[in-house]
Write a protein that binds this ligand. Structure first.
Ligand code: PLP
Length: 395
């Protein structure tokens, strides 16, 4: 018999994963070429060549015991030091290895921070639409996720509502920009306003409120848009970074946390995050993946490929009558459904063999997410289906 908590979690298990599984079944019936799977944020662009080169050189450079051994729970010191230097050169910060903890992707890092900071009943605020897994990351540690309702005209954070919802129980504010599912990038001005609100509320309640900046899409920003580095804007910021998308390594489960020395209770938090890494069962982030990414810090996937997908899909869907804000980053389009019930709309799309994800998964009903980290040729093949779906709704 499984636990009561898991019973309900299994029942409400991820709609994204469910759609992905459905896609595999449909491909077996209709043929892979005739199913248009836009469900999962699984990168389609190859990792940069530096990854393969690093993988080849690592056994010779380090020796097997080192390469495959246990290390400090926070990760290899020289890897953390290389990452700190790379961040410093990009953002003018002054981090060292004492500010970096290697993690099992962004997901691992976020769970480590929730474990580190939350008491039961503590509140974590996020702005809808948001990555639905946050619900689990927070409830894993008996926290309460507070969703700020979406501003569907811009998908920028609603600041009035945000300010009003901060309480003495607020411990963490999750920010995700470039955003999954909208592709929106929060401007410097917006982030400065969020910082000012938090400074004021910290004083009012006499306790720190931390921003957790969830940054798997930092490197996936188009047209030269600025993705401001939040620790340089708000002192109590912890960053959760991931190489899942920037190097196309989601299966290797590698990322890191940045815990600046300037944050309140730095020493306790850094030590506790190391312990959390161990006792959550990660022990440490995968050793080979740590060594690989440390040799690829200046490399990135070719985002021109995602940009080409974005341009094609955005222009064609707009032409067919779909409403959507042009994304500035990540690899998703967040499109208004042609009926209020996004799940019914997703079911209709499926009849056209289009697999997309309901916006309610992201705390924003009435919309759907289309992940365009797929082959360009599949997008081209799918266009008649998107057109037919729009026509079915009289567009
Ligand atoms: N946060 C967001 C916004 C994501 O979209 C994802 C994955 O898609 C994650 C976190 C988890 O990323 P990782 O694979 O690094 O654990």
């Amino acid at each position: 018999m499984i636990s009561k908590k898991m019973e309900s979690l299994v029942k409400n298990s991820s709609a994204i994963r469910a759609m992905f599984e459905e896609g595999k079944k449909m491909a077996a019936v209709y043929g892979k070429e005739n199913v248009y799977d836009f469900s999962l944020g699984n990168p389609s662009v190859e990792p940069p060549k530096e990854v393969a080169e690093a993988l080849k050189s690592i056994p010779d450079s380090y020796g097997a015991n080192y390469t495959h051994g246990y290390m400090s729970n926070a990760g290899y010191e020289e890897v953390r030091s290389a990452i700190a230097k790379s961040i410093n050169s990009r953002f003018g910060t002054a981090f060292t290895e004492s500010n970096i903890i290697m993690t099992v992707g962004a997901a691992g890092g976020m769970n480590v921070i929730m474990k580190t900071l939350l008491n039961a009943g503590d509140e974590v605020i996020t702005f809808a639409p948001f990555f639905g897994e946050y619900r689990n990351y927070v409830s894993n540690f008996d926290g309460k996720l507070i969703e700020i309702s979406p501003d569907t005209s811009s998908f920028q954070p609603k600041l009035d509502e945000f300010e009003a919802r901060i309480t003495a129980l607020t411990r963490i504010v999750i920010i995700n920009s470039p955003n999954n599912p909208t592709g929106v990038v929060y401007s410097r001005d917006t982030l400065e306003k969020i910082a000012a609100i938090l400074e004021k509320k910290q004083k009012e309640f006499g306790a720190p409120i931390y921003i957790l900046s969830d940054e798997p899409y930092r490197e996936l920003a188009f047209d030269g848009v600025e993705v401001p580095y939040i620790p340089t804007i708000y002192r109590n910021t912890i960053v959760g970074y991931s190489f899942s998308k920037s190097l196309s390594l989601p299966g290797d489960r590698i990322g890191y946390l940045v815990i600046p020395s300037e944050i309140d209770d730095y020493a306790d938090i850094f030590a506790a995050a190391g312990v959390a890494t161990r006792i959550l069962g990660f022990v440490n982030a995968p050793s080979v993946a740590q060594l690989v990414v440390s040799k690829c810090l200046d490399a990135s996937v070719d985002i021109g490929i995602y940009n080409r997908n974005r341009e094609l899909l955005y222009s064609k869907l707009s032409e067919y009558g779909y409403e959507c804000i042009k994304p500035e980053g990540a690899f998703y389009l967040f499109v208004k459904a042609f009926e209020p019930d996004d799940k019914a709309f997703v079911a209709k799309a499926k009849e056209h063999r289009l697999l997309i994800v309901p916006g309610s998964t992201f705390g924003c009903a009435g919309y759907v997410r289309i992940a365009y980290c797929v082959d360009y040729a599949m997008i081209e093949r799918s266009l008649p289906a998107f057109k037919a779906l729009a026509e079915e709704y009289g567009k």
